[in-house]
Write a protein that binds this ligand. Structure first.
Ligand code: ADP
Length: 317
């Protein structure tokens, strides 16, 4: 009989990790993390460097020991069913480390062996096909491009068909075309039911891919919501407009938007897209009798969002 799949692919309760080095004070990397990652979701774990993302992932994957709390992967408690929990998760690491003398085919076979996948159930050729590496099956890893290596690492994490796939900052330093390719593949996996946990510090990436996002900062979850709800909460952008002439003072038509006047005829608008769409700001610029020579918009980046979300905590603490 097959067990029912769990509602949550990953579930942690009061998860704490304290690093105790020989020197220096203990460091609390995870401070009571309660997180539920629904089965089938494409879940983004966002946070600045040092927030605790890698620690969290390493604990899920059985690569680091928690200090306290409970962790379930695919309904399997990592203390009570360590093997079951590990079998349910595949991790695509950050580094592109691959043994240069293994071919993709060999690498996947070795990995399948490590996970105890019987020879008859291995899907090496199919997986290589799926990540677009079928024609490189027997090439040495050192001859593969960066993008191919990245895809090979995704393939490696998939050999035991885990229902949960973790991607740790997978596109840091990956060019746009390869990034797209990788996302198409991962989106396909997600569409076919694999739960994806992605860590990144690119909000835009999370925005495009993830249906749910948790933001962690200094070991604590500071926000966890659907991506849409979170972005609405973090609704802010910057628009820089270069106009055709010098301004001594702010035209009345623009007063409501309170732009900052900068040298070289630039006006910088901080705005909430949900309240003032760009079009309305540009219309006001025109109404003020100005011609737009150049313009650019900037998303709020994650660092800003952290400041927004954690400022109150920092101020009071
Ligand atoms: P992130 O992946 O979000 O950058 P990490 O999980 O790597 O964050 O780190 C969280 C915190 O724990 C950081 O303050 C980091 O310095 C500390 N840390 C991580 N690994 C160790 C370790 N092995 N020993 C001591 N401190 C560590």
């Amino acid at each position: 009989m097959r067990a029912q799949p769990p509602d949550n692919a990953v579930e942690t309760e009061s998860l704490v990790k304290v690093y105790r080095g020989r020197r220096g004070p203990p460091k609390t990397a995870l401070d009571n993390i309660d997180l539920r990652i629904p089965r089938g979701s494409f879940f983004g774990l966002l946070g600045p460097n040092g927030a605790g993302k890698s620690t969290f992932i390493n604990i899920l994957a059985g690569l680091a020991l928690k200090t306290s709390g409970t962790v379930k992967v695919w309904g399997r408690d990592i203390d009570q069913d360590q093997r079951g929990a590990r079998a349910a998760i595949g991790v695509v690491p950050q580094e592109l480390n691959l043994d240069p003398f293994f071919t993709p085919h060999e690498l996947l076979e070795v990995q399948a062996g490590m996970y105890g996948v019987p020879a008859g159930e291995r899907r090496t050729a199919r997986i290589l096909e799926a990540v677009g590496l079928a024609d490189k099956a027997n090439a040495y890893a050192r001859t593969l491009s960066g993008g191919m290596r990245r895809r090979l690492l995704v393939a490696k994490a998939m050999v035991h068909s885990p229902p949960v796939l973790v991607l740790d900052e997978p596109t840091a330093g990956v060019d746009i075309a390869l990034r797209q390719q990788l996302w198409e593949y991962v989106k396909g996996l997600n569409a076919r039911g694999t739960t994806i946990l992605l860590t990144t510090h690119y909000l835009e990436e999370a925005e495009q891919l993830c249906d749910r996002v948790a933001i962690i900062d200094r070991g604590k979850v500071v926000a966890c919501d659907t991506t849409g709800a979170l972005l609405r909460r973090l609704d802010s952008k910057t628009l820089t407009v270069t106009v055709d002439r010098d301004l001594d003072e702010l035209p009345a038509a623009l007063a409501a938007f309170a732009p900052e006047m900068r040298p070289e005829r630039r006006l910088v608008f901080a705005f909430k897209p949900s309240v003032s769409p760009v079009g309305r700001i540009l219309a006001a610029v025109q109404e003020a009798g100005l011609t737009v020579v150049d313009l650019s918009t900037e998303e709020t980046d994650l660092e800003d969002i952290f400041l927004q979300l954690t400022r109150a905590a920092r101020d009071s603490g």
